[in-house]
Design a protein around this ligand. Structure first.
Ligand code: HEM
Length: 488
């Protein structure tokens, strides 16, 4: 009893301490919200984009909000992002990341040095490995697409949700590329989708009782499905997996954590491409002028290649594809919503590009949310909520990369891949894979909306901050193999 009273009093004292924080001179505007300790946590978790847009209207490009006991300074001026991204002394990203790894993946990797991990990743997703991965991904995409149609009458339409179609194909091809295992690919995909659906709640500790059990079961099932014994039945590991295993071993990670880390890798490498493929095709299929521009670029590629030196899929690599590239950049501008978080480990003076100076307190957090600015900022991109397939194209078909805010040219005008030390390692691979995927579907399938008037579904607002957004519901399409396909 005494112990309970003691804990309660302590809790109250902490609440009081937190709620008595006042804005000091030179600190950003402070908005604590009405609820003690929780502050704005509920609104933030429900729809971070809407909440942060409201705060931006109220306070401007920089402000501090209280969220579940933390004070988070949100910086929304892309001209000033480098002041955060380049500071590795006062700002730290590892503690925040480790906390998330523990919550979401039940994973602890304290011995791993971030620089060593990054080097390992670069070795495997860039440089020489890139073309090997890319060609393997391409082969898997093709054979999955064709094998999924086996046994179907080629003249009959099949119906599916576009999100399921894209996620399933890109996930399975990506998994086969890295893990090189056919036999459990469908089981891994099915279980992964269950886990992915609960992931944002896991990260925010907002699972309901039933969901908590489901999340734990799903995580354990995935650990089992991915474990080296299950994957290989004693035969050789894939080269990527062997290398990851060796890396973890060298870094002193124990066997249990090695097993769990494979799920983190699966999520990092497979959670974004499927949704990106969906939005890309979704925008095309609901915007006929964009579809026509891409189709026309594809026809042009085959005509250019009069010597028939390249297989059609390699045409994508051999020739410039400015329309494809602009559609992808525009798609990601509208649907990639990463949050870049840092912890202030010592008091910091933040110099903004407009020469204002702010004091950040040790123990607080700093967050960049590029989705709001630059990506959806009306000063940078006119009518930012509208999909314009040629937004990133100049009249002479070169890449448009000049965008301005406050009359100054921007370094960061869209940031789907993050930036700084954590920028996506798989960027080139992902771009290539998504282009291959869209090319493949458009050249192999007749694909159309079930309801010609259908619109793209809205975004699931709980996913802001977790990379690629996902739709609420799906978009029904029908498809069948084209009679005459390009020989690939
Ligand atoms: C459209 C597809 C993709 C998008 C939008 C995307 C975006 C991102 C972003 C924003 C980050 C940084 C996350 C953070 O700061 O917390 C990241 C990290 C990463 N991405 Fe991607 N990604 C995509 C696809 C891929 C693919 C296909 C792979 C590999 C096959 C990959 C591998 C990685 C890895 C390994 C990291 C971790 C980097 C690190 O911790 O230093 N990504 N990605």
């Amino acid at each position: 009893m005494l112990w309970t009273v003691f804990l309660l009093l302590n809790g109250l004292l902490i609440l009081l301490l937190f709620s008595t924080r006042k804005r000091k001179k030179n600190e950003p505007p402070l908005d604590k919200g009405f609820l003690p300790w929780l502050g704005h946590a509920v609104e933030f978790g429900k729809d971070a984009a809407r909440f942060l847009a409201r705060m931006k209207d109220k306070h401007g490009d920089i402000f501090t909000v209280r969220v579940a006991g933390y004070y988070v300074t949100v910086l929304l001026d892309p001209h000033s992002f480098d002041a955060v991204l380049n500071d590795t002394v006062s700002l730290d990203f590892t503690r925040n990341r480790n906390q998330l790894l523990k919550r979401v993946f039940s994973l602890q990797l304290p011995s791993i040095k971030p620089r060593a991990e990054r080097e390992w990743m670069e070795q495997h997703f860039q440089g020489l490995s890139f073309s090997k991965l890319s060609s393997s991904m391409n082969n898997h995409l093709q054979s999955l697409l064709l094998s999924d149609q086996k046994g179907c009458d080629p003249s009959e339409w099949r119906q599916s949700g576009l999100f399921s179609l894209c996620y399933s194909l890109l996930f399975r091809a990506g998994y086969l590329t890295l893990y090189e295992r056919q036999d459990n690919v469908s089981a891994v995909y099915k279980e992964f989708r269950k886990f992915d659906d609960l992931l944002t709640k896991l990260a925010r500790c907002s699972l309901k009782r039933g969901e908590s059990k489901a999340a734990n079961l799903s995580r354990e099932h995935l650990w089992e499905l991915l474990s080296p014994e299950k994957l290989c039945g004693g035969s050789e590991l894939s080269s990527w997996q062997q290398s990851y295993h060796d890396f973890l071993q060298e870094e002193g990670v124990d066997v249990e954590m090695q097993k769990r880390a494979l799920l983190l890798q699966l999520w990092t490498t497979q959670c974004n491409a499927g949704p990106a493929g969906f939005w890309f095709l979704g925008f095309l299929i609901t915007h006929p002028e964009a579809m026509e521009a891409v189709q026309s670029e594809i026809r042009g590629l085959t005509l250019q290649d009069t010597s028939h030196q390249h297989s059609p899929i390699n045409l994508l690599e051999a020739h410039n594809t400015p329309v494809f590239d602009s559609v992808l950049t525009e798609t990601l501008r509208l649907t990639a919503a990463v949050m870049i978080n840092r912890e202030v480990v010592q008091d910091k003076i933040l110099h903004m590009a407009n020469e204002q100076v702010y004091h950040l307190r040790q123990g607080d957090r700093v967050c960049l949310f590029p989705f709001l600015s630059p990506q959806m900022d009306p000063e940078i991109h006119q009518e930012p909520e509208i999909f314009k397939y040629d937004r990133f194209l100049n009249e002479d078909m070169t890449v448009k990369d000049e965008f301005y805010k406050d009359k100054k040219r921007l370094k960061y005008y869209t940031m789907p891949w993050g930036a700084g030390r954590n920028i996506c390692v798989g960027k080139e691979f992902a771009v290539q894979a998504i282009k291959q995927f869209v090319f493949l579907l458009l050249t192999h399938l007749d694909l159309e909306l079930c309801d010609p008037e259908a619109k793209l579904p809205t975004v699931n607002p709980s996913r802001y901050g977790f990379g690629m957004l996902q739709p609420e519901g799906d978009l029904l399409v029908r498809y069948k193999l084209k009679r005459k396909q390009l020989k690939i």
